[in-house]
Design a protein around this ligand. Structure first.
Ligand SMILES: Cc1ncc(COP(=O)(O)O)c(C=O)c1O
Length: 356
């Protein structure tokens, strides 16, 4: 009864309804009698201080004497919310409710001896120059933390952008994760044309934002008109894989510009993971369109999915927030070593075909 009277406090601590009442309740309740065959229910109320003092016992009490320390999830559910403040080594911390509700994603990693066409992995190989560079990595260089910024400057210059407009990431997956962490909060909406790349929804489900899906028609074409109609003042990110995975359909440049203009309060993420197979890009509009962010990856055309290297390019005003959330060391030194211009190092470069 009341805010501080969690059910396990009655069941495990004072135990007034037990055959042998606990917690001194026998004084008021008595032992086994004929009354026990009549259901007698007591109502009790704990103070906040009382729950603080006794609540931890309710969490730990049901543990059998010699069993490993397993907290009682039932008690947990009622005594959560930070009321039990004592450090207890055998209480398992509970993650955020959002995380508990997240869909699990298990990449289908079986059968690695066959080509994984559903992953769109490169079926040939990376440039032999990459292997050359990797072969020359010294043990000494591995002792140092990787420095992302000098390589970011190189990539930015190659793309005709400022380094404040580019962030290298641990694959586009990290880019999506970090972008969503930076921009999505309670009440926001992530707008997605579906079917599309699974990880948008997975990462969004760890935030408090709502996913709004716009289903493509039977022809699987980009649902431009319906996507525009689904824009609301709460739309905070619109994620468009262009061309799309798994359908291969694409939005035109004019459509993307229209979407960006109609949702100025939202980040328009154009994920160009498959740009090299499509040839059309909007990366040249970075800085001109204030809410446009473009993602690129080295995983597909470059055949470097195992190195985990991707990037986000966008206006400096947006990228500063992305960079605030991004780990300074999430792009490892092997990946960075492979990402040098041809003029500076004789190996895979952002200048070799396919053009990044
Ligand atoms: C549309 C799209 N974006 C991003 C990715 C992931 O790219 P990365 O390997 O850089 O994390 C994929 C991979 O399948 C994809 O299909």
């Amino acid at each position: 009864m009341g805010r501080w009277s969690a059910q396990p406090m009655g069941d495990y601590i004072s135990g007034p309804n037990h055959t042998l009442p606990t917690g001194g309740m026998a004084r008021v309740r008595g032992g086994l009698s004929v009354n026990d065959f009549v259901k007698l229910i007591t109502v009790q109320q704990y103070s906040s201080q009382g729950l603080r003092t006794l609540g931890l016992r309710a969490v730990l009490l049901p543990k059998p004497k010699d069993s490993p320390p397993t907290p009682n999830p039932f008690a947990h559910a009622y005594i959560g919310g930070g009321l039990v403040t004592e450090a207890a080594t055998n209480v398992i911390p509970v993650p955020r409710a959002r995380v508990q509700a997240m869909k699990e994603y298990h990449p289908p990693l079986g059968c690695r001896d066959t080509l994984r066409l559903d992953f769109n992995e490169n079926t040939v190989a990376c440039s032999p120059k990459v292997r050359e560079v990797l072969g020359r990595i010294s043990a000494g260089s591995l002792t140092r933390y990787p420095e992302r910024e000098p390589v970011e400057a190189i990539v930015a210059a190659y793309l005709g952008l400022a380094s404040t407009q580019v962030a290298l990431t641990n694959g586009v997956d990290e880019a999506i994760h970090v972008l969503f962490e930076a921009f999505l909060e309670d009440g926001d909406e992530l707008l997605l044309p579906v079917p599309t790349y699974t990880m948008y929804e997975i990462y969004a489900s760890a935030t408090d934002a709502r996913v709004v899906s716009v289903l493509a028609g039977d022809d699987l074409k980009f649902p431009f008109e319906r996507l525009l109609a689904a824009v609301t003042p709460r739309t905070k990110i619109i994620a468009i894989a262009n061309p799309n995975s798994p359908s291969g359909s694409a939005a035109t440049r004019a459509q993307l510009l229209e979407i960006a203009a109609r949702a100025p309060q939202a980040v328009l993420l154009v994920d160009e993971a498959y740009f090299h197979f499509h040839g059309e890009t909007v990366i040249d509009l970075i800085g001109t369109v204030p809410n446009l962010i473009v993602a690129r990856t080295f995983s597909k055309a470059y055949g470097l999915a195992g190195l985990r290297l991707g990037l986000l390019a966008g206006p400096a005003e947006l990228m500063r927030w992305v960079k605030r959330v991004l780990s300074p060391y999430s792009v490892n030194s092997l990946a960075l070593a492979c990402c040098r211009p041809r003029s500076k190092m004789p190996h895979i470069s952002i200048g070799t075909s396919p053009k990044f």
